[in-house]
Design a protein around this ligand. Structure first.
Ligand code: ZN
Length: 136
């Protein structure tokens, strides 16, 4: 079964908790034992898990800036001049999806482990997250 989560982000640095939407897709599927893949369409956003609290959200922004800073040259800019080379590189390093086991009909997440979407693009974007549930 597949479901889609649609959201509009505020652009670079926006971090959104999509756990409840993913959990709803899993419960709608009626799958008790299986896996769910949660995948964002597009190459300038990423999905991972995090304890969703303001300190860690700020830490993730800081880490992205230290690893892939704004003020350096990106070859992508020379080719396309769209100013988001760092967005693509940040998104690629985190990755576009997570796969989470479903046990007894629920995502096997820890209490302090939320599924988050990281927006890295330099402008607000309409995002589609595909949740695909496989199991029985
Ligand atoms: Zn680009």
């Amino acid at each position: 079964m597949s479901a889609e989560i649609k959201l509009r982000t505020k652009g670079e640095g926006d971090v959104r908790d999509i756990t409840a939407d993913a959990a709803k897709a899993v419960s709608d599927s009626k799958v008790k034992d299986g896996i769910a893949t949660i995948f964002v369409v597009g190459s300038t956003a990423a999905i991972t898990t995090l304890e969703f609290e303001p300190g860690l959200v700020a830490d993730m922004r800081g880490a992205a800036e230290r690893l892939f800073p704004k003020g350096i040259e990106y070859e992508h800019h020379r080719r396309w001049d769209d100013g988001n080379g760092r967005s693509h590189v940040r998104a690629a390093f985190v990755g576009p999806s997570v796969t989470i086991p479903i046990v007894k009909g629920r995502l096997a997440l820890g209490t302090w482990q939320q599924i988050i979407l990281l927006e890295y693009d330099v402008r607000p974007r309409e995002r589609t997250v595909v949740v695909q549930v496989v199991g029985r």
